[in-house]
Design a protein around this ligand. Structure first.
Ligand code: A3P
Length: 309
Protein backbone atom coordinates (compact mmCIF):
# COMPACT_ATOMS: atom_id res chain seq x y z
CA UNK A 1 0.00 0.00 0.00
CA UNK A 2 1.31 3.41 -0.92
CA UNK A 3 2.41 5.84 1.76
CA UNK A 4 0.12 8.37 0.19
CA UNK A 5 -2.89 6.19 0.86
CA UNK A 6 -1.90 5.57 4.47
CA UNK A 7 -1.41 9.25 5.10
CA UNK A 8 -4.66 10.05 3.36
CA UNK A 9 -6.41 7.57 5.62
CA UNK A 10 -5.84 9.79 8.57
CA UNK A 11 -8.89 11.52 7.44
CA UNK A 12 -7.96 14.74 8.53
CA UNK A 13 -5.70 16.69 8.16
CA UNK A 14 -4.72 20.00 7.17
CA UNK A 15 -7.41 22.05 5.70
CA UNK A 16 -7.00 25.68 4.71
CA UNK A 17 -4.19 27.31 6.53
CA UNK A 18 -2.39 24.04 7.14
CA UNK A 19 -3.51 23.55 10.71
CA UNK A 20 -5.24 20.46 12.07
CA UNK A 21 -8.96 20.88 12.35
CA UNK A 22 -10.96 19.50 15.22
CA UNK A 23 -14.05 18.85 13.15
CA UNK A 24 -17.36 20.10 14.52
CA UNK A 25 -20.32 17.79 15.03
CA UNK A 26 -23.55 18.00 13.07
CA UNK A 27 -26.71 16.14 14.00
CA UNK A 28 -27.88 13.35 11.69
CA UNK A 29 -31.32 12.18 12.80
CA UNK A 30 -30.49 13.36 16.29
CA UNK A 31 -27.03 11.73 16.43
CA UNK A 32 -24.03 14.08 16.48
CA UNK A 33 -21.53 13.06 13.80
CA UNK A 34 -18.39 14.74 12.49
CA UNK A 35 -19.28 17.33 9.86
CA UNK A 36 -17.77 15.42 6.92
CA UNK A 37 -19.91 12.41 7.79
CA UNK A 38 -23.03 14.54 8.13
CA UNK A 39 -22.53 16.37 4.83
CA UNK A 40 -21.98 13.07 2.99
CA UNK A 41 -24.75 11.28 4.81
CA UNK A 42 -26.84 10.43 1.73
CA UNK A 43 -24.06 8.44 0.07
CA UNK A 44 -23.15 6.69 3.33
CA UNK A 45 -26.70 5.67 4.03
CA UNK A 46 -27.10 4.44 0.43
CA UNK A 47 -24.17 2.01 0.79
CA UNK A 48 -25.13 -1.38 -0.60
CA UNK A 49 -23.89 -4.17 1.58
CA UNK A 50 -23.31 -7.60 0.05
CA UNK A 51 -24.75 -10.62 1.88
CA UNK A 52 -21.21 -11.91 2.44
CA UNK A 53 -20.05 -8.69 4.14
CA UNK A 54 -19.33 -8.80 7.87
CA UNK A 55 -19.99 -5.74 10.01
CA UNK A 56 -18.07 -4.95 13.20
CA UNK A 57 -20.05 -2.34 15.10
CA UNK A 58 -19.12 -0.55 18.31
CA UNK A 59 -19.51 2.66 20.21
CA UNK A 60 -16.09 4.34 19.86
CA UNK A 61 -13.41 2.92 22.19
CA UNK A 62 -15.25 -0.28 23.10
CA UNK A 63 -12.58 -2.62 21.66
CA UNK A 64 -13.15 -2.26 17.93
CA UNK A 65 -9.54 -2.69 16.83
CA UNK A 66 -9.02 -5.68 19.09
CA UNK A 67 -12.06 -7.41 17.63
CA UNK A 68 -11.07 -6.49 14.07
CA UNK A 69 -7.65 -8.08 14.50
CA UNK A 70 -9.15 -11.23 16.03
CA UNK A 71 -11.56 -11.51 13.09
CA UNK A 72 -8.83 -10.99 10.49
CA UNK A 73 -6.63 -13.63 12.10
CA UNK A 74 -9.54 -16.07 12.31
CA UNK A 75 -10.48 -15.50 8.68
CA UNK A 76 -6.85 -16.04 7.68
CA UNK A 77 -6.32 -19.15 9.80
CA UNK A 78 -3.98 -17.37 12.19
CA UNK A 79 -1.53 -16.32 9.47
CA UNK A 80 0.40 -13.46 11.03
CA UNK A 81 2.09 -12.39 7.81
CA UNK A 82 -1.16 -12.11 5.89
CA UNK A 83 -2.63 -10.02 8.69
CA UNK A 84 0.28 -7.62 8.41
CA UNK A 85 -0.51 -6.96 4.75
CA UNK A 86 -1.84 -3.48 5.51
CA UNK A 87 -2.96 -1.25 8.40
CA UNK A 88 -6.19 -2.41 10.00
CA UNK A 89 -7.98 0.68 8.65
CA UNK A 90 -7.23 -0.49 5.10
CA UNK A 91 -7.95 -4.17 5.68
CA UNK A 92 -11.34 -3.28 7.18
CA UNK A 93 -12.65 0.08 5.95
CA UNK A 94 -14.45 2.38 8.34
CA UNK A 95 -17.85 2.69 6.66
CA UNK A 96 -18.81 6.26 7.56
CA UNK A 97 -15.30 7.67 7.68
CA UNK A 98 -15.44 10.74 5.49
CA UNK A 99 -12.46 12.92 5.29
CA UNK A 100 -11.92 16.28 3.74
CA UNK A 101 -12.38 16.07 -0.02
CA UNK A 102 -8.80 15.09 -0.90
CA UNK A 103 -8.70 12.01 1.34
CA UNK A 104 -10.20 8.59 0.56
CA UNK A 105 -13.37 7.86 2.46
CA UNK A 106 -14.50 4.52 3.80
CA UNK A 107 -16.80 4.28 0.80
CA UNK A 108 -13.94 4.83 -1.63
CA UNK A 109 -11.85 2.14 0.01
CA UNK A 110 -14.83 -0.21 -0.14
CA UNK A 111 -15.45 0.53 -3.79
CA UNK A 112 -12.07 -0.97 -4.65
CA UNK A 113 -12.63 -4.07 -2.55
CA UNK A 114 -14.69 -7.02 -3.77
CA UNK A 115 -16.95 -8.82 -1.24
CA UNK A 116 -16.68 -10.51 1.16
CA UNK A 117 -15.48 -7.50 3.13
CA UNK A 118 -15.16 -6.80 6.81
CA UNK A 119 -16.49 -3.34 7.55
CA UNK A 120 -16.14 -1.25 10.69
CA UNK A 121 -18.80 1.17 11.91
CA UNK A 122 -19.57 3.23 14.97
CA UNK A 123 -23.06 4.07 13.74
CA UNK A 124 -25.94 3.32 16.09
CA UNK A 125 -28.21 0.52 14.90
CA UNK A 126 -30.84 2.80 13.37
CA UNK A 127 -28.31 4.63 11.18
CA UNK A 128 -26.61 1.55 9.72
CA UNK A 129 -27.44 1.33 5.99
CA UNK A 130 -30.50 -0.91 5.68
CA UNK A 131 -28.84 -3.29 3.22
CA UNK A 132 -26.84 -4.86 6.06
CA UNK A 133 -30.06 -6.01 7.72
CA UNK A 134 -31.96 -6.83 4.53
CA UNK A 135 -29.07 -8.99 3.36
CA UNK A 136 -28.74 -10.61 6.78
CA UNK A 137 -25.06 -9.70 7.01
CA UNK A 138 -23.23 -11.16 9.96
CA UNK A 139 -22.63 -8.47 12.57
CA UNK A 140 -20.38 -8.48 15.61
CA UNK A 141 -21.18 -5.84 18.21
CA UNK A 142 -18.76 -5.15 21.05
CA UNK A 143 -19.93 -3.27 24.13
CA UNK A 144 -17.77 -1.95 26.96
CA UNK A 145 -18.95 -0.77 30.36
CA UNK A 146 -19.89 2.91 30.32
CA UNK A 147 -17.30 4.17 32.79
CA UNK A 148 -14.27 2.57 31.14
CA UNK A 149 -15.64 3.44 27.71
CA UNK A 150 -15.92 7.08 28.78
CA UNK A 151 -12.37 7.16 30.18
CA UNK A 152 -10.96 5.65 27.01
CA UNK A 153 -12.90 8.10 24.84
CA UNK A 154 -11.67 11.04 26.89
CA UNK A 155 -8.03 10.13 26.30
CA UNK A 156 -8.71 9.39 22.64
CA UNK A 157 -10.30 12.81 22.17
CA UNK A 158 -7.25 14.40 23.73
CA UNK A 159 -4.92 12.76 21.25
CA UNK A 160 -7.04 12.60 18.06
CA UNK A 161 -6.81 16.12 16.73
CA UNK A 162 -9.78 15.62 14.39
CA UNK A 163 -12.24 14.96 17.22
CA UNK A 164 -13.94 17.82 19.04
CA UNK A 165 -11.88 19.28 21.88
CA UNK A 166 -12.63 17.17 24.98
CA UNK A 167 -12.08 19.97 27.51
CA UNK A 168 -11.35 19.09 31.13
CA UNK A 169 -12.33 15.71 32.57
CA UNK A 170 -15.07 17.02 34.87
CA UNK A 171 -16.90 18.68 31.99
CA UNK A 172 -16.37 15.66 29.71
CA UNK A 173 -18.43 13.34 31.93
CA UNK A 174 -21.72 15.26 31.43
CA UNK A 175 -21.09 15.42 27.67
CA UNK A 176 -20.96 11.62 27.64
CA UNK A 177 -24.04 11.34 29.84
CA UNK A 178 -25.99 13.72 27.61
CA UNK A 179 -25.00 11.96 24.38
CA UNK A 180 -23.13 14.98 23.07
CA UNK A 181 -19.93 13.22 22.00
CA UNK A 182 -19.32 12.08 18.43
CA UNK A 183 -21.62 9.14 17.56
CA UNK A 184 -24.03 10.22 20.26
CA UNK A 185 -25.41 8.46 23.28
CA UNK A 186 -23.54 5.40 24.58
CA UNK A 187 -26.76 4.37 26.35
CA UNK A 188 -28.87 4.39 23.17
CA UNK A 189 -26.07 2.70 21.22
CA UNK A 190 -25.66 -0.33 23.48
CA UNK A 191 -29.42 -0.67 23.97
CA UNK A 192 -30.18 -0.33 20.27
CA UNK A 193 -28.03 -3.29 19.21
CA UNK A 194 -29.05 -5.31 22.26
CA UNK A 195 -32.70 -5.02 21.30
CA UNK A 196 -32.01 -6.14 17.74
CA UNK A 197 -29.46 -8.87 18.44
CA UNK A 198 -31.75 -11.87 18.12
CA UNK A 199 -33.82 -10.72 15.19
CA UNK A 200 -30.74 -9.71 13.22
CA UNK A 201 -28.40 -12.50 14.34
CA UNK A 202 -25.95 -10.04 15.91
CA UNK A 203 -23.13 -11.53 17.97
CA UNK A 204 -23.14 -9.24 21.03
CA UNK A 205 -19.82 -9.33 22.87
CA UNK A 206 -18.47 -7.58 25.95
CA UNK A 207 -14.98 -6.11 26.30
CA UNK A 208 -14.90 -7.34 29.90
CA UNK A 209 -15.56 -10.94 28.80
CA UNK A 210 -12.75 -10.65 26.27
CA UNK A 211 -10.37 -9.48 28.99
CA UNK A 212 -11.53 -12.13 31.43
CA UNK A 213 -11.18 -15.05 29.06
CA UNK A 214 -9.85 -14.08 25.63
CA UNK A 215 -9.69 -17.64 24.39
CA UNK A 216 -13.34 -18.28 25.15
CA UNK A 217 -14.35 -15.14 23.25
CA UNK A 218 -12.04 -15.87 20.29
CA UNK A 219 -13.68 -19.29 20.05
CA UNK A 220 -17.10 -17.69 20.25
CA UNK A 221 -16.24 -15.41 17.33
CA UNK A 222 -14.76 -18.35 15.42
CA UNK A 223 -18.00 -20.33 15.71
CA UNK A 224 -20.03 -17.31 14.64
CA UNK A 225 -17.85 -16.99 11.55
CA UNK A 226 -18.51 -20.66 10.81
CA UNK A 227 -14.84 -21.59 11.21
CA UNK A 228 -13.16 -24.40 13.07
CA UNK A 229 -9.46 -24.03 13.73
CA UNK A 230 -7.04 -26.30 15.59
CA UNK A 231 -6.18 -25.53 19.23
CA UNK A 232 -2.67 -24.36 18.49
CA UNK A 233 -3.92 -21.85 15.91
CA UNK A 234 -6.46 -20.51 18.39
CA UNK A 235 -3.71 -20.17 21.00
CA UNK A 236 -1.60 -18.24 18.50
CA UNK A 237 -4.48 -15.90 17.72
CA UNK A 238 -5.04 -15.24 21.43
CA UNK A 239 -1.33 -14.45 21.80
CA UNK A 240 -1.17 -12.21 18.72
CA UNK A 241 -4.17 -10.23 19.94
CA UNK A 242 -2.97 -9.69 23.50
CA UNK A 243 -2.74 -6.05 24.48
CA UNK A 244 1.05 -6.24 24.56
CA UNK A 245 1.35 -7.81 21.11
CA UNK A 246 -1.09 -5.35 19.56
CA UNK A 247 0.59 -2.36 21.19
CA UNK A 248 3.80 -3.36 19.43
CA UNK A 249 2.17 -4.15 16.08
CA UNK A 250 2.39 -1.15 13.72
CA UNK A 251 -0.47 -2.51 11.62
CA UNK A 252 -2.92 -2.15 14.50
CA UNK A 253 -1.49 0.40 16.95
CA UNK A 254 -2.47 3.35 14.75
CA UNK A 255 1.07 4.66 14.40
CA UNK A 256 0.17 4.54 10.68
CA UNK A 257 -1.85 7.70 11.27
CA UNK A 258 0.67 10.52 11.13
CA UNK A 259 1.69 12.34 14.25
CA UNK A 260 -0.05 15.67 13.77
CA UNK A 261 -3.39 13.87 13.49
CA UNK A 262 -3.09 11.19 16.16
CA UNK A 263 -0.72 12.71 18.69
CA UNK A 264 0.21 9.58 20.57
CA UNK A 265 2.64 11.53 22.73
CA UNK A 266 -0.49 12.89 24.46
CA UNK A 267 -2.02 9.44 24.93
CA UNK A 268 -1.20 6.24 23.04
CA UNK A 269 -3.94 4.55 21.00
CA UNK A 270 -3.11 1.33 22.84
CA UNK A 271 -3.38 3.12 26.16
CA UNK A 272 -4.00 0.68 29.04
CA UNK A 273 -6.35 -2.00 27.81
CA UNK A 274 -7.82 -2.72 31.22
CA UNK A 275 -11.14 -3.16 32.96
CA UNK A 276 -11.68 -0.81 35.89
CA UNK A 277 -9.39 2.08 34.92
CA UNK A 278 -12.39 4.30 35.67
CA UNK A 279 -11.47 3.86 39.34
CA UNK A 280 -8.39 5.99 38.64
CA UNK A 281 -10.42 8.79 37.08
CA UNK A 282 -13.81 9.25 38.78
CA UNK A 283 -14.01 10.97 42.14
CA UNK A 284 -16.54 9.48 44.56
CA UNK A 285 -18.94 12.31 43.83
CA UNK A 286 -18.54 11.99 40.05
CA UNK A 287 -19.17 8.28 40.34
CA UNK A 288 -22.29 8.82 42.46
CA UNK A 289 -23.80 11.31 40.02
CA UNK A 290 -22.93 9.08 37.06
CA UNK A 291 -24.43 5.96 38.66
CA UNK A 292 -27.63 7.76 39.58
CA UNK A 293 -28.12 8.94 36.01
CA UNK A 294 -27.09 5.50 34.68
CA UNK A 295 -29.93 3.86 36.57
CA UNK A 296 -32.40 6.19 34.89
CA UNK A 297 -30.95 5.89 31.38
CA UNK A 298 -30.61 2.10 31.53
CA UNK A 299 -33.89 1.44 33.35
CA UNK A 300 -35.62 -1.66 32.04
CA UNK A 301 -32.60 -2.91 30.12
CA UNK A 302 -30.99 -6.14 31.22
CA UNK A 303 -27.61 -5.88 29.49
CA UNK A 304 -25.13 -7.66 31.78
CA UNK A 305 -22.42 -4.99 32.01
CA UNK A 306 -19.61 -5.37 34.51
CA UNK A 307 -17.54 -2.40 35.67
CA UNK A 308 -14.92 -4.57 37.35
CA UNK A 309 -13.85 -8.17 36.77
P1 A3P B 1 -7.99 2.06 26.64
O1 A3P B 1 -8.03 3.48 26.18
O2 A3P B 1 -8.83 1.85 27.88
O3 A3P B 1 -6.62 1.53 26.82
P2 A3P B 1 -11.22 1.02 19.90
O4 A3P B 1 -10.39 0.06 19.12
O5 A3P B 1 -12.68 0.72 19.87
O6 A3P B 1 -10.88 2.43 19.58
O7 A3P B 1 -10.86 0.79 21.44
C1 A3P B 1 -9.62 1.17 21.97
C2 A3P B 1 -9.53 0.64 23.37
O8 A3P B 1 -9.35 -0.78 23.30
C3 A3P B 1 -8.32 1.20 24.14
O9 A3P B 1 -8.69 1.17 25.51
C4 A3P B 1 -7.28 0.15 23.79
O10 A3P B 1 -6.17 0.14 24.64
C5 A3P B 1 -8.11 -1.11 23.94
N1 A3P B 1 -7.51 -2.27 23.28
C6 A3P B 1 -7.04 -2.36 22.02
N2 A3P B 1 -6.50 -3.57 21.79
C7 A3P B 1 -6.64 -4.27 22.94
C8 A3P B 1 -6.27 -5.59 23.35
N3 A3P B 1 -5.64 -6.42 22.53
N4 A3P B 1 -6.56 -5.96 24.60
C9 A3P B 1 -7.20 -5.12 25.46
N5 A3P B 1 -7.56 -3.87 25.14
C10 A3P B 1 -7.29 -3.44 23.89
Amino acid sequence: MSDKRVVALSGSIQEAGGSIIRFPLISVQGVPLRNHIATNWDSISAFEAHPSDLLIATYPKAGTTWTQEIVDLLLNDGDQEVCRRAPIAVRMPFLEHFSPPHCPSGLELLKGMPPPRVIKTHLPFQLVPQGFWKNKCKTIYVARNAKDNLVSYFHFDRMNQTQPEPGPWDSYIPKFMEGKLAWGSWYDHVKGYWKEREKNNILYLFYEDMKENPRREVERIMRYLGKSLPDDVISRIVELTSFKAMKENPMVNYTFIPMPVFDQSISPFMRKGEVGDWNNHFTQEQSRVFDEDYEIQMKGSNIPFRINI
